[in-house]
Ligand binder design. Structure first.
Ligand code: HEC
Ligand code: HEC
Ligand code: HEC
Length: 462
């Protein structure tokens, strides 16, 4: 595990000294760009790089819709403007074609790109920092083997002070621990590989770990579950009740490799995308090593037990939820909650029907689900358009009561909110870190103003 990072400069690291250190980092940046690009890599390293880029899931963030893969321009909308991902094909003018090895390594490990450009942590260098130089250069070799795509990513439209990249110097000092994965000699090679994949390449914690008030990842709550993009990334600690401690090794492996664990969940929302674009390409050995590592993540209990018995439908007049389930859902999900259309449509045993917040239950009803998983392409239609908030709430509560632990009590107002989560594409960490950066900048400006306009101290008279 990574050691805990420091929060805002504390009493020991005062704000002025943090600023000074930040300026030194900035002044020191040019030597990074002086290193020369190395000679083209042989085929092996390109293959290895492709695999690593898959494991790190670079593609979806760096591709806009049907545009050339890796040509960037995907918008990350924030309440105060939009950040666009970069073109990372080897085009020299609009992509990363003129990046040297050192500059590329610095972008991934330190969040400082070519020419000392401080990246926003929308680019998860906070996790990639754990990667070895060798692996990062393999990823570079792969990206440099692609056909250069000429595509200028639009300028970011962030408003002041969020557009001040130097704010990231302070943010990095406060939150970013620039350090490689340090193998734990007391653990097996398999465990260490798993940790490298989960904490580094897979950046699972960016979605699954809650953040502190100061908006950095809360290491004491590692992988305990939190909200992201209008979905809940569930607790995946080793806790038997709230996490995945009760799943067999095979079940966890099946989920990661194929998006479905028999008797438990199917992946939808952001996790469906992670499996579709990234985890499904990993070797069985790598999947197994992640399972080995996840087994040892400290258990955290924060969610109720999962029920695996189906309540029989109430007799008498059918409720609105029951009627809707009969007409809209039962075809695919059947009355005993086992997917009749596909095992992916199992409801029984899923956290989604056992979560008191009902977050992903509403999200899947509103957005639907469609993923290309190894065994099949899954499909559930979105219900947002044709159904009222009352109807969606009713069927959600019926599903929780019938197939789950009957803890969800969602209202029409909840459905209304779920229809427009904080702009859909944005990982929460983007917003969080930008706000934290703005705070740091505001404090710096305040400190400078106070320094500048502080009345001169009365001179002591001799
Ligand atoms: C969660 C989304 C996300 C993922 C995953 C991601 N990136 Fe990025 N990346 C971004 C965004 C957004 C930017 C632009 C940041 C900015 O403007 O400060 C960026 C910027 C970059 C840059 C800087 C380019 C420049 O402007 O000079 C490089 C290099 C890069 N990414 C490489 C990668 C590689 C390699 C991977 C996979 C190992 C990766 N990224 C994964 C979102 C992502
Ligand atoms: C982009 C955000 C994101 C990333 C990155 C991510 N996850 Fe998830 N994960 C989610 C969401 C959201 C869910 C809930 C999915 C659902 O309801 O179908 C989830 C669900 C899961 C589950 C199922 C838990 C349950 O109780 O059903 C497991 C296991 C899991 N993730 C493991 C991982 C691992 C391991 C990684 C890193 C390799 C990872 N996730 C990376 C967002 C993410
Ligand atoms: C066309 C078939 C189809 C219909 C109709 C359908 N679903 Fe689904 N549903 C699926 C499939 C397939 C999945 C698995 C998607 C995935 O994760 O890849 C799913 C997933 C779900 C999940 C998440 C399960 C989990 O393990 O996390 C819930 C909850 C759900 N559906 C409820 C409903 C409700 C309620 C309705 C009716 C309003 C409905 N579905 C209609 C096919 C369908």
């Amino acid at each position: 595990m990574r050691a805990t990072t420091k929060l805002f400069p504390s009493s020991r690291t005062s704000l002025p000294s943090a600023c000074l250190a930040g300026c030194l980092v900035l002044l020191g940046a040019p030597w990074l760009s002086s290193a020369l690009a190395q000679s083209p890599a042989p085929g092996d390293i390109v293959k290895r790089g492709e695999y690593l880029a898959r494991a790190a899931d670079c593609l979806p963030c760096h591709t806009q819709g049907k545009a050339t893969p890796y040509s960037g321009g995907r918008p990350f909308e924030l309440p105060f403007g939009t950040i666009y991902s970069a073109n990372i094909t080897p085009d020299r003018d609009t992509g990363i074609g003129s990046y040297s090895d050192d500059e590329f390594v610095s972008a991934l490990q330190s969040g400082v790109g070519r020419g000392g450009k401080h990246l926003y942590p929308a680019m998860p260098y906070t996790s990639y920092t754990l990667l070895s130089r060798d692996d990062i250069l393999a990823i570079k070799a792969y990206l440099f083997s692609l056909t250069p795509a000429r595509a200028q990513a639009p300028e970011n439209t962030l408003m002041f002070p969020f557009n001040q990249r130097w704010g990231m110097i302070a943010w990095n000092l406060a939150f970013h621990r620039d350090a490689r994965w340090a193998p734990d000699a007391s653990k097996s090679a398999e465990w260490n590989r798993g940790g490298y994949l989960v904490e580094g390449l897979g950046h699972c914690g960016e979605c699954h770990t809650p953040r502190t008030l100061a908006q950095n990842v809360d290491k004491s709550q590692a992988l305990a579950g939190t909200l992201t993009q209008g979905w809940k990334a569930y607790n995946i600690t080793s806790d038997g009740q709230s996490g995945i401690g009760g799943w067999s090794d095979d079940a966890i492996a099946a989920y990661l490799a194929s998006g479905h664990a028999p008797g438990h969940s199917s992946a939808s929302g952001p996790m469906g995308e992670v499996i579709e674009n990234s985890l499904r390409y990993l070797t069985p050995e790598d999947i197994k090593s992640m399972v080995v590592y996840l087994r040892t993540v400290a258990p955290i209990r924060n969610a109720p037990p999962i029920t695996t018995t189906v309540s029989t439908a109430p007799t008498g007049a059918a409720s609105l939820g029951q009627r809707l389930f009969a007409s809209e859902c039962a075809n695919c999900h059947s009355w005993d909650g086992t997917g009749s259309q596909s095992p992916y449509a199992d409801l029984v045993g899923s956290r989604t029907v056992n979560d008191p917040g009902g977050t992903n239950l509403l999200a899947v009803l509103i957005e639907g689900a469609q993923y290309h998983f190894p065994r099949e392409t899954t499909f559930m239609p979105p219900f947002a358009r044709g159904h009222s908030n009352d109807e969606i709430a009713a069927v959600a509560n019926f599903v929780s009561a019938t197939f789950g632990n009957n803890t969800a009590r969602v209202s029409a107002a909840d459905v209304m909110k779920a229809r427009s989560p904080a702009p859909a594409l944005i990982p929460t960490w983007v917003i969080s870190s930008a706000i934290a950066a703005a705070l740091v900048i505001a404090l710096l400006v305040l400190w400078l103003l106070v320094r500048l306009f502080r009345p001169a101290r009365p001179q002591a008279t001799a």
